[in-house]
Design a protein around this ligand. Structure first.
Ligand code: NI
Ligand code: MN
Length: 254
């Protein structure tokens, strides 16, 4: 099964890969941009980037209904346990772990993380997903720009998911700089237009990404799907066993 990504609005993403269903930052109830209701989504895994209500969202209800395993930082995973979520998995920055769909590494994110009830939410994170089909997805989650995004780019990212809303996260200018640092094959902007304070013209931003020349921007409406098929590269005769970072490096020097 090819990897498919569906933007459910704000920072909420649904990913199908390796017969597994992943839900990231499932804020649907009370989300003015939500593409569906919380009781309409299924998940085998739920990933939570930080403690804010627009990311934890419906995670507890969905985890209890579906029996999904919730992946987040250690502090949030312990908090969820206390709320009656049966299957949690805590990690920390730089640490990766293998799941049925592939590996997840927590990345840095410059942001806050207090939980909805005021509890300490640990450090906020982004996610680097090494999916079993070879696809690499980097969801920066809520963060400002930071120079170490360059290190994440060295992994050879197929799809970067970046906030462009400004105010709480990177705005369009810094998100454009992030694209340059990461050098992903494609980039999907999120965390904008949910409320007036983060209103942005995503198409105008995409035009700037396109002009920069190396990354294909993909602007979705909430509810729309994106195929992220690593096999497309293989069809072009590239060896999938060869490290992608090496291929990208070669391409850049041309
Ligand atoms: Ni936040
Ligand atoms: Mn947020």
């Amino acid at each position: 099964m090819a990897t498919r990504v569906r933007w459910l609005g704000h920072a909420c993403l649904y990913i199908e890969s390796a017969e597994q269903r992943l839900l990231i930052d499932p804020f649907l109830t009370g989300n003015p941009a939500a593409a569906c209701k919380a009781d309409e989504v299924d998940a085998d895994y739920i990933l939570i980037s930080h403690g804010h209500a627009d990311h934890v969202g419906d995670a507890i209800d969905i985890a209890k209904r579906t029996g999904a395993t919730v992946i987040s930082n250690y502090e949030i995973s312990e908090w969820l346990k206390g709320k009656g979520v049966a299957k949690v998995h805590g990690q920390q920055h730089g640490g990766a772990h293998a799941f049925a769909f592939g590996r997840v590494k927590l990345t840095l994110a410059f942001h806050g993380s207090v939980l909805p009830d005021g509890a300490y939410g640990g450090n906020p994170c982004g996610f680097l997903l090494y999916l079993n089909d070879g696809t690499k997805i980097y969801d920066a989650a809520d963060t400002g720009l930071f120079g170490d995004m360059r290190l994440i780019g060295e992994e050879g990212i197929d799809l970067a998911i970046l906030p462009i809303g400004d105010n709480y996260t990177m705005g369009p200018d810094d998100a454009l700089r992030a694209v340059t640092l990461i050098g992903p094959k494609r980039v999907l902007p999120i965390h904008f237009n949910t409320w007036d304070v983060i209103a942005q013209d995503a198409e105008a931003w995409a035009a700037r990404v396109r002009k920069a020349g190396k990354t294909e921007p993909v602007v979705l409406e909430p509810g729309a799907w994106l195929d992220v098929d690593a096999s497309k590269r293989a069809k072009k005769g590239q060896l999938r066993s060869r490290p992608r970072s090496l291929k990208r490096g070669t391409r850049r020097r041309k």
